[in-house]
Design a protein. Structure first.
Length: 622
């Protein structure tokens, strides 16, 4: 019995030892788990980062924070002012963000928490009074940058809900200690916030339809700035704006700078200035002697705008001449900028400018191209005869020159580049070639006496449509899958279906329409409805191809040709246009792309046009 009692005492003595031996252990992380654990913070998860959690535990504050987060934050704020610790300013930024994420936007503490988070993270990043200096290689720096951007995003959402975006300079936000007041706004965009119907945070939207999302990472909050499309003509509704007849969405980046140090904010009133930057024309922010990368998103605003435009236009709208006529015109995707070379994109048959936006999206990712170029799109009724569409296009380009550069002082305008797909390439070619009315009359076997018998108004219409010469400000053309000599499909069953689907606009009954029919068709002068469609001009050996098929652009030009077969030149075609039709002698370059007729969608095409645009810059800079 005594032996048994001794054994029991021995076991009780050993239990703590055995338990202690089992306290410490290690185990192997699965792939990526350690990286995820160290990079999570209050912005990217529901919890706190490891570095802030470690700080709380080391100061015996973790449990107290869980129970009374605001008390801990207030106590640490007092400590920050006393110690001016830069790391402490980050811990406070994350704690405020974390606490704010548990609150509804209607909670009075919501704005206080996110405004405080913004100020604390700004203090960590930029305040020269904080010690020691910021370490851009530390995790705190990365987290502080992210916390700043996301806190500002939350405040934008708050201001939007409370309808305070139009008067940002009157905005005052409570802090853990004092208040943050906006004393001014520095707006780089063409329009001020009051011009926008609404402002959205780009972080809130997931895009579809673009193969690539163009983001730049740095300081600031990416926004979508939305201008409402005027319901009727008004001074606000200017020409060359509002692509697709819908509200326009522009990218912007918001940034808030403090005018004095929070660490020395004795009167409890901290002043700040809000900045709105244009990411289409800049990638960096310069302030207080700093040169910083700017966070931006140029893709999401494009997707936001196009989703509204595509809802308006269904499949059959592409064949509706009246609908296309209502949208006809040249559209500036972003406001006109002097000293930026215009690149004008022209769509093809039964299409729209929307086909170009994936390409434009990619171009905005290239700093050199974004610095030197601005992008416009042309919309036209593709059911109309090509020469009529080209005459309208020519008039529009001249008018735009008068509108934005009436004195001809913008030398960049004189370096314009046209990019045309399919029928759009034909329109573009007619901007850089010339013909006389006699060329058309001879091909149509129209005697000069018939022309002389026309009234003056009809003669002028004929000259407008059939007599043209190169526009002096267009210096380069890029042809993409362009049927210079027509397409056999235009005279087959697909051409017949197109003629059934296309509805010519009522303007076809105008003198231009009658003149076109009178001059080009062997028909009765009394028949005023032209039976010639755009697709008819694409028929091989049509009057149009006879006159224009072998015209050579009088500027540098390039050809990008689809090739869905990759055999020999006799068999190359893109399923719509043959190589013989797309090829023009004298091109500065010619690229075959493994593609069907939608060549513009393919990355080799985008890369080739980017190469050409960079070459275009080089030509004029040397």
């Amino acid at each position: 019995m005594a032996y048994f009692k001794s054994y029991i005492k021995f076991l009780f003595f050993c239990v703590p030892f055995f338990l202690q031996c089992g306290t410490y252990s290690t185990f192997t992380y699965s792939q990526y788990d350690q990286v995820r654990a160290t990079r999570l913070n209050a912005v990217s998860s529901k919890g706190l980062s490891l570095i802030t959690t470690s700080f709380l535990r080391s100061n015996d504050l973790y449990d107290k924070y869980v129970e009374m987060p605001r008390v801990v934050i207030y106590d640490l704020d007092n400590r920050l002012v006393a110690e001016k610790s830069r790391d402490l300013s980050y811990y406070l930024a994350e704690l405020c963000y974390h606490t704010g994420s548990t609150l509804d936007m209607d909670d009075p503490m919501f704005a206080r928490m996110y405004a405080s988070s913004l100020v604390y993270s700004y203090t960590y990043l930029f305040d020269k009074k904080a010690i020691p200096g910021p370490d851009p290689f530390s995790m705190q720096f990365r987290f502080a940058l992210e916390t700043y951007n996301r806190s500002l995003a939350q405040l934008v959402r708050f201001a939007k809900k409370n309808r305070k975006l139009a008067n940002l300079t009157d905005l005052s936000l409570p802090l853990m200690r004092g208040a943050l007041t906006m004393t001014g706004a520095e707006v780089e965009t063409t329009w001020t916030p009051k011009n926008f119907l609404e402002v959205e945070v780009a972080y809130d939207y997931k895009i579809e339809g673009f193969s690539n999302q163009i983001n730049k990472f740095g300081i600031g909050t990416p926004l979508i700035l939305i201008r409402k499309h005027p319901e009727r003509e008004s001074p606000e509704r200017k020409k060359y704006e509002f692509v697709g007849g819908v509200g326009q969405a522009y990218p912007g980046t918001a940034f808030v700078s403090l005018e004095d140090s929070y660490l020395e904010n004795r009167n409890l009133h901290l002043k700040a200035k809000i900045h709105l930057f244009d990411p289409v024309y800049r990638d960096r922010i310069k302030f207080a002697g700093l040169d910083l990368p700017m966070e931006s998103d140029t893709t999401t605003p494009l997707a936001y705008m196009l989703s509204g435009a595509e809802k308006r236009d269904g499949f059959f709208a592409k064949f509706d001449g009246e609908a296309a006529l209502d949208r006809q015109g040249l559209y500036l995707i972003y406001p006109y900028k002097k000293d930026k070379i215009p690149v004008v994109f022209v769509h093809g048959l039964a299409s729209s400018p929307f086909i170009w936006f994936p390409m434009i999206n990619e171009f905005l990712a290239d700093p050199k191209i974004k610095e030197k170029y601005q992008f416009w799109v042309y919309w036209y009724p593709t059911g109309n005869p090509v020469t009529i569409s080209a005459a309208d296009f020519r008039d529009t380009l001249r008018d735009l020159r008068k509108t934005y550069d009436p004195k001809g002082e913008d030398v960049s305008f004189d370096k314009m580049v046209l990019v045309g797909h399919s029928m759009g390439g034909l329109l573009s070619k007619l901007m850089v070639t010339h013909t006389k009315k006699e060329d058309w009359m001879q091909a149509a076997h129209i005697p000069l006496s018939r022309y002389e018998s026309l009234n003056h108004e009809t003669k002028e219409d004929i000259k407008r449509v059939f007599e043209f010469k190169p526009l002096p400000f267009v210096k380069r053309v890029i042809f993409v899958a362009t049927p210079h000599r027509g397409s056999n499909l235009a005279e087959g069953i697909l051409g017949s279906i197109a003629r059934i689907l296309f509805v010519l606009p009522k303007s076809a009954l105008s003198n231009i329409g009658k003149a076109y029919k009178f001059l080009t068709l062997n028909s009765n002068e009394d028949s005023i409805v032209p039976e010639n469609y755009g697709v008819d001009d694409l028929v091989p050996n049509s009057l149009f191809t006879q006159v224009t098929g072998n015209l050579k652009p009088e500027v540098d030009f390039h050809s990008i040709i689809g090739n869905s077969r990759f055999r020999n030149l006799e068999w190359i075609n893109d399923s719509v246009v043959s190589y013989d039709s797309s090829h023009l002698e004298g091109a500065k370059s010619e690229l075959l792309v493994d593609s069907d007729h939608s060549v513009q969608d393919h990355m080799p095409t985008i890369l080739e046009i980017k190469r050409i645009l960079l070459e275009h810059i080089h030509v004029f800079e040397n």
